[in-house]
Design a protein around this ligand. Sequence first.
Ligand code: GLN
Length: 309
Amino acid sequence: MECQKLAYLEQIVEEIRPLTKQGKVATYIPALGHANPNTLAIAIYEGEGNCFSAGNISEKFTLQSVSKILSLALALQEHGEDYVFSKVGMEPTGDPFNSIAKLETSVPSKPLNPMINAGALAVTAMLPGKDTDEKLKNLLDFIHQLSGNSKITYNEEVAQSEFETANLNRSLCYFMKSHGVIEGDIEDLLDLYTKQCAIEVDCNDLAHMGWVLGNKGFNPITQKKVLSHDISRIVKTFMVTCGMYNDSGEFAIKVGIPAKSGVAGGILCAVPNGPGIGIYGPALDNKGNSLGGIKLLERISAERNLSIF
Ligand code: GLN
């Protein structure tokens, strides 16, 4: 569905856009380095399916860590809470998203939560399907239902670029394999994980997914329940406690909306029983979150009184 451009939103985007100069595009995945740091966009879905947008909304970008909430939802649907949380914990961390430190010091060695890389890799290993292709297809089918966009697929260049350089994620995987947290072939898992992270969307897609998630997993347009109430509750709770990496506490105070960010610059927000918001701004702050995106959310949340606290 085409989103309606809103003049007041455009004005806010243009006021905040100059701040993106203070951020930096991620380059540790080389293909992400091509993004234009000046880009900023927002889309909002609400009510019965009204959509508003502003900024560079035709830009596409890869989900990166935003995919972690989607793989978690699907793993929970397939295996249930008990199994998933026997492999990965529920506690937030003040460490960066790709840190290996806690894996060695916590006993038994279990990733702290599904939003850091170690936990997300363990969750990706639980996706339903007999092989990488089938697992990826199941994840994409699920994303098609959540986003209302059946054209979504992954960006091969970004997936390949991450696969070739994912040595930190490789070491997390081998460490977890040696401690029995994950099983199977690590290169296959990294292939699937990097494709999952390279799934390509736009702001409308993120906003639509956030709207369905905020609406307890029910899509009012198709009248379909995409997710159970319980799973959407668990996912939103992780978004609050760990969704913005080690900035989640400050974000909860300043914005107060369940949100998940990714290093390509996307942020998916789900206001319980309220709007879904999709953001794109590839210039990141030093925690790996979209700098302009966070400023934009601070403004929108304050003006529309969206904090859940
Ligand atoms: N694919 C990225 C990684 O694993 C995702 C990280 C992120 O978005 N924070 O490093």
